[in-house]
Ligand binder design. Structure first.
Ligand code: FMN
Length: 318
């Protein structure tokens, strides 16, 4: 997720829960063949068999509107052996949409078909190829047509974020729409949108008719969510978030180290606070730490407070 879930956070969250795969933030393709270094910057995992530090296969996402240029880029990217390539038709950001990228293309099923067919031909089955869509631009009028265009063009699987571009990220997600889309295409469909808890997963499954989901912000707010869902499916007892904190709080320190090694020092604190801001939805301990860190600016102070907060957790876990 652009600006939220990058290689640093992927490395950490995939160590606490297994996923079948994860996807990079989008790489925007305009009118040129991007050099390989652009891809390895967004997805350094490409230099490690396209696998995260937690052992989860990583797919790389492209965003654009030029069928030939996307095909050329997909061809180059395939030579870097990603675990898959995904096309983004869901981004609602005005700057991206102004340049005819992301969700705004959902009004043009013919173009969706051209793009997907062109990329599919270029890939010729070398890597798994998926597409991600929303339900439409301003309304759901062309949702089925758009999904069929993606499937007919050659996407092997479609992830449906059950909101229109106009819906932004506002709840609810319209899960019954995913059922309608799944019925209208011959490829597997994955449900996405507004799954923060096991209860949300169960409602999404009931309303979409699909058991396979993609987690977005929920995976950041609760890195153990996928594991909680699996436990529930296996009929195992649920564990309490306050207890689960013990399992991954030490990874906050690893995340901090990774962030310091990568971003400019003045942006580091913001990244940690951004993650804690979502974690506090789930974990009371994260709320306490967030409140402690919120007014703090200097990285040395952030580090001191962070390490002090997780030291008792590490001692208990040892
Ligand atoms: C900050 C932010 C950045 C995102 N960046 C991307 C992106 O680069 N590619 C993508 O396919 N979806 C992106 N998304 C959308 C999420 O992947 C997901 O489809 C959406 O948030 C709905 O799922 P959720 O309600 O579980 O978060 C982003 C969402 C947010 C909030």
């Amino acid at each position: 997720m652009e600006g939220l879930l990058d290689a640093r956070l992927r490395a950490v969250v995939t160590q606490v829960t297994h996923y079948d795969w994860c996807v990079t933030e989008f790489v925007r393709v305009t009118n040129m063949l991007l050099p390989a270094r652009v891809y390895t910057r967004v997805a350094p995992e490409l230099l490690a068999q396209s696998t995260t530090a937690g052992g989860v296969p990583l797919r790389v996402q492209l965003l654009g509107s030029d069928p030939a240029c996307l095909a050329d880029n997909a061809d180059l990217l395939a030579q870097l052996h990603p675990a898959g390539i995904d096309l983004n038709f869901g981004c609602p950001a005005p700057t991206v949409n102004r340049h005819r990228g992301g969700a705004v293309l959902l009004d043009e099923p013919e173009l969706l078909f051209e793009i997907v067919r062109s990329v599919s031909r270029a890939l010729a089955g070398r890597v798994p190829f998926t597409a991600k869509m929303r339900l439409g631009v301003n309304d759901t009028g062309r949702a089925i047509e758009a999904a069929q265009a993606l499937a007919d063009g050659g996407a092997q699987m479609i992830v449906v974020h059950a909101r229109t571009k106009a819906d932004g990220y506002r709840p609810p997600a319209h899960w019954p729409w995913i059922a309608r889309i799944a019925e209208s295409v011959k490829v597997p469909v994955i449900a996405n949108g507004e799954i923060w808890t096991v209860a949300d997963y169960l409602r999404c499954r009931a309303e979409s008719g699909l058991g396979d989901v993609m987690l977005g912000r929920g995976a950041v707010a609760d890195p153990l969510l996928a594991e909680r869902i699996r436990r529930h499916i296996r009929g195992e007892a649920a564990t309490a978030p306050a207890q689960d904190w013990l399992q991954f709080a030490p990874l906050l320190a690893e995340y901090w180290r990774r962030v310091l090694g990568h971003v400019e020092a003045r942006h580091a604190a913001g990244r940690l606070k951004q993650w804690l801001n979502l974690l506090r939805r789930t974990y009371p301990q994260a709320e306490a730490l967030y409140q402690q860190l919120r007014p703090v600016r200097a990285n040395e102070d952030i580090e001191r407070i962070l390490l002090a907060a997780i030291a008792p957790v590490q001692a208990k876990a040892a």
